[in-house]
Structures are given as C-alpha cells and as structure tokens.
Design a protein around this ligand. Structure first.
Ligand code: B12
Ligand code: SF4
Length: 471
C-alpha cells in the first residue's frame, strides 16, 4: 500500500515538517479488511524512500491531485512487473478515465464498502475493473491497522478520523465530487469512536475530520465520553458550530485546545458565490473571542482569488487576522479541483488555464481570476504568509491576549510552526520528530497554567473581565 508524494526532488515547496504531521489513515483503514495471513506493508513517500524492488501480488495506491503524476508512474512500474494495481482516492474519483489508464482496478468514492468486495473477488480471480461506492456507513468497521504506521516518522501519530465528509456543500470543496452517489456525511458510532481513542497511547489527539462538530448529537456523545480521559486535542470546525451554544464548552471540557476554522473570505459576495452559506452573516470576531475565551487557539483558513477579490484582499485579510489574535493562519489560492462545482463553472466560462495537476496545490493560479492578475494573486498569497508570520505580526497578535501565559502560548505556537524550519529539518533527518510531541503538548496546555475555565468557579468573573477589557 503506497501513499505517493510530490517530493522535494520535484517540488520547490517541499516542507518536511508539513508532510511529517499525519500518517496515512485511509490506507491503514483499508488494511483493516485484510486477513491475518495476508502479508502487507504500508509505505508513505512523505516520510520515507519507497522500496520499489519488491514483487507484490497486489499494489494499492492512494491518489491525491498533487500526487497523481507520481502515483501513475508508480502504478505503471508495478504493472510492468506483473502486479495487479488498484488505484483509489479523491483524484481517481474526480477523473476515473485518466486513472483507469494506469490501473487494473479503480475505486470511486470511499473504500469501506467496495474494498472488501474487491478483496473477495480478487481472491477468487474475478476482480472487476471498476468499483463504485454507494453504501456509506462506518458502523462495524474492522479496526484500523495502526500497527502498519511507522509512528516515529510523524509529529502527530495519534491522528484520528471518526466521520467522513461534511454536512455543507461549498463549491470549491473536494467533498461533493468525492461522495457523489451516496451519503456525503456520516459518522462512526460514538462507542466505536471512543474505543478507537482508548487504543491510542499518550495524551495528544488530532481529529482529521472535515467538521468534527457537524452532527451535534454525535459530537456531544463523543465529548461526553472523552471527559475525564485526560486528552488534549485539536480538530476542525465551522464558524457556525463555534457560535452555537454549549457544544464548544463540552469540547473544551474534554480537551479541545486548538481549532482549524474555515473563514475562507471576509467578503459576503464571495461566500454567496461559493455557496458557503453557513458562514454568511456570522460574526467572525465573536467566534474568535468565544474560542479564545475558552482557551482554544485558532488556525484560520483563508482562500484568495474568489471573484470579488481584488489586489487589496491580502493586506485587509492579514491585518484583520493579526488584530483578532489568530494564532496561526493557512492561506490558499482558490483551486478548482476537477469535478467540483467550481471547476465546472470556471470550465464553462473557459477560465481554467492549466491541467498540470502538480500545480493544483493551492499555491499556484490555475484559472483566470476576475479582478486581479494571476501574477498579482500569486505574489499576494506569498506576501500574506510573509506578513502574517513576521516577528512583528506574531508579537502584535500575541499582545491582543490579556495574560502572559496566553501571549507565550501564541508566540510558541506561531513561531514553532513557521520560524524554526532548519530545526524541524534537522529533527526530521535525525528521525526525532516524535520526540517533539511533548513540546507541542506543553504549548497546547498554555505552559501548564491552570486556566480559570478548568476550575469553572471563576468563569463568570473571567468572562466579565474580558468583556470589559474589550469594551
Ligand atoms: C491529513 C491530510 C494531509 C496530510 C497527509 C495526507 C495523508 N496522510 O493522507 C498532509 C499534510 C501530508 C497533506 C498534504 C497535502 N494535502 Co491534504 N489533506 C489531509 C486531510 C485533512 C485528511 C486526509 C485523511 O486522513 N482522510 C481520512 C481518510 C480515512 O480518508 P482518505 O484518506 O480519503 O481515504 C479513504 C478514501 O479516499 C478511499 N481510498 C483512498 N485511497 C484508496 C485506494 C483504494 C484502492 C481504495 C479501494 C480506496 C481508497 O478509502 C479510504 C477510506 O474511506 C484531507 C481532507 C480529507 N477530508 O480527506 C486533505 C486533502 C486530502 N489534502 C489536500 C491537499 C490539496 C493537500 C496538499 C496539496 C496541500 C499543500 N498545499 O501542500 C498537500 C499534498 C501533499 C503532497 N506532497 O502530495 C486536498 C486534496 C484535494 C484533491 N482533490 O486531491 C484535501 C482533500 C483537502 C481539501 N479539502 O482540499 N494532506
Ligand atoms: S464546510 Fe469545509 S469541509 Fe464542509 S463542504 Fe465547506 S469547505 Fe468542504
């Protein structure tokens, strides 16, 4: 089983730490369906050099858009050796005809229903060329084969995913294209998710779900069950879910300390245009204050290049994010993944300018923007990163916090992510990235300070104090 990567040999944007964060959960999930006597290895090119001299019967390759070219080269290599090559994942589902040219079997959509059927067919020698997922459930899945994950290669080996998809439908998102033909949002049973969490060693968890709060009943059960486990966790959620009463508090009580939030744009016209209605008329500032008041750091996600963006969008967005005290920001250039509503719209307007999938990495402009030139869009994107992560900006953001422990936490988190690249490179080369986890845990806990929200009695006074300060 292989997760290919657009590696440093091919990409000037290769950032070892970014690609040493999360293990390949999709492939480890599929491996769970194998029999005990099946011999299997799982290789992740983001963190290791692939061994391509083996002679497997079956090769499984997960294909993302940016790794598609590499995935096809690997597939061709193994087919020449006589192996049966199975390709699946997001890009295969987006462009099945392209992928089929390099595969013996392709899979469309998530694999939990089709993969076990294929395995039965393959053992009986009657495998098909295409399997299309239509039964969408995570109930009663076998345990993910975490034993195949080389934990020492990852900063966050305890990555976990307890749902698939998202209840929303934004035009630029991969998810409608991937889940077409069945449910596009579903969760595990709470008990099964909790059992998976119990199996993970240590304290820290990172939920890779698109929207952990998407089903309030499920999330409530999960957070309730996690209370008292002593976990410290990070996840992704929407502005809407942050503003909703109570659920966020339950998440914090069970250990939430940082949340990835898709703000995407400060411009309502853009939100409407992308059908991101769940963000429309939401008070972003209130959402950020709510998270900060509860001791949760914010990783804000922003997309540049939507149709109402002009050259002023970069400075405005960065300035706003710094003023809000957002700890880390992730910027993207709008990228039309094939088969999404955005791609179809831009293609119909003849505005798609590239089919080089290596460039569909959210750092390149692959379409004709409406109010800005492609060159200005790319330059503005890089400038946004530079400006947001300048020392002056990090300190300014940190000084929006009202105590030293929170300021230090802000500085530690933002600088740790973007200011110590050579240190990260060294740590990764020395295969010590796993040893940095305690540092991340210390930052997430706010350097060990026992916050008022943890004792609860002081909550009301604390809230009042902060409100007065803001006024
Ligand atoms: C973790 C993550 C990463 C991690 C690690 C990837 C990994 N270990 O899988 C890192 C940080 C390396 C990463 C990097 C990038 N990522 Co990323 N990442 C994710 C994230 C958040 C979660 C992936 C995950 O674990 N999903 C959960 C598992 C269970 O699902 P799964 O992996 O899809 O696997 C299932 C199916 O796809 C299917 N399946 C997959 N393969 C196969 C094969 C067969 C044979 C079968 C039967 C089935 C099958 O079955 C699995 C079980 O259901 C996704 C968002 C998402 N929701 O998927 C984005 C996402 C995949 N990333 C994306 C992008 C754009 C990138 C980057 C280009 C970002 C960048 N600018 O650098 C890079 C590219 C990396 C590279 N160098 O090539 C896009 C991909 C768009 C696309 N159409 O391909 C996504 C969807 C984010 C988004 N919303 O836009 N990413
Ligand atoms: S809210 Fe996020 S994950 Fe959900 S559809 Fe929109 S962009 Fe995709």
């Amino acid at each position: 089983m292989i997760l290919p990567a657009l590696t440093e040999a091919k990409s000037p944007f290769w950032r070892p730490i970014k690609y040493s964060l999360f293990p390949p959960l999709g492939l480890a999930t599929l491996a769970g369906y194998l029999r005990d006597e099946d011999e299997v290895t799982l290789q992740d090119e983001h963190v290791e050099v692939l061994d391509l001299d083996d002679e497997p019967d079956l090769v499984v390759i997960q294909v993302y858009i940016t790794s598609a070219k590499r995935a096809y080269a690997l597939a061709d290599h193994y087919r020449r050796k006589g192996a049966h090559v199975a390709l699946g994942g997001l890009h295969v589902t987006s462009l099945p005809e392209e992928a089929a040219r390099h595969a013996d079997t392709i899979f469309l959509g998530p694999g939990e229903d089709t993969w076990p059927i294929f395995l039965g067919d393959f053992r009986a020698g009657r495998q098909l060329q295409l399997y299309r997922s239509d039964v969408r459930t995570l109930m009663g899945m076998p345990k993910m084969r975490r034993d195949l994950i080389k934990r020492h290669h990852y900063l966050v080996p305890n990555s976990i995913v307890v749902s698939r998809g998202c209840p929303h439908t934004c035009d630029f998102c991969y998810k409608e294209a991937f889940f077409r033909g069945g449910k596009s949002y579903y969760t595990q049973a709470v008990d099964e998710a909790l059992a998976e969490i119990e199996r993970l060693p240590g304290r820290h968890l990172y939920f890779l779900d698109d929207h952990l709060f998407g089903n309030a009943r499920f999330a409530e059960g999960l957070f309730e069950g996690m209370k008292g486990m002593g976990r410290l966790w990070q996840a992704a959620g929407t502005v809407k879910s942050v503003l909703a009463p109570e659920l966020l508090e339950k998440a914090v009580e069970s250990g939430l300390r940082s949340l990835f939030v898709g703000f995407e744009t400060l411009n309502p016209n853009n939100l409407r245009d992308q059908h991101k209605y769940q963000n429309l008329n939401r008070d972003y500032t209130a959402a950020i204050h709510r998270l900060h008041d509860l001791g949760v750091m914010v990783n804000g996600s922003f997309v540049f290049g939507m149709d109402d963006d002009d050259e002023t969008v970069f400075e405005r967005t960065v300035e706003w994010a710094i003023e809000q005290g957002i700890e880390t920001a992730t910027f993207h250039i709008l990228t039309p993944y094939p088969s999404t509503a955005l791609y179809q719209r831009l293609a119909a307007q003849e505005r798609i300018t590239s089919d080089d999938w290596d460039l569909f990495d959210t750092r390149h402009v692959v379409f004709r923007p409406a109010k800005i030139s492609p060159a200005a869009l790319e330059a503005g994107y890089w400038r946004a990163y530079r400006d947001f992560y300048r020392w002056g900006s990090i300190l300014k953001g940190a000084w929006t916090k009202d105590c030293w422990s929170e300021r230090l936490r802000h500085i530690g988190y933002a600088a740790g992510w973007k200011k110590f690249e050579p240190l990260w490179d060294w740590v990764i080369r020395a295969r010590r990235v796993g040893q940095m986890l305690p540092v991340l845990e210390t930052i997430l806990t706010g350097f060990g300070r026992k916050r008022e929200y943890e004792t609860n009695e002081n909550n009301e006074t604390n809230e009042k104090r902060k409100r007065n300060k803001r006024k």
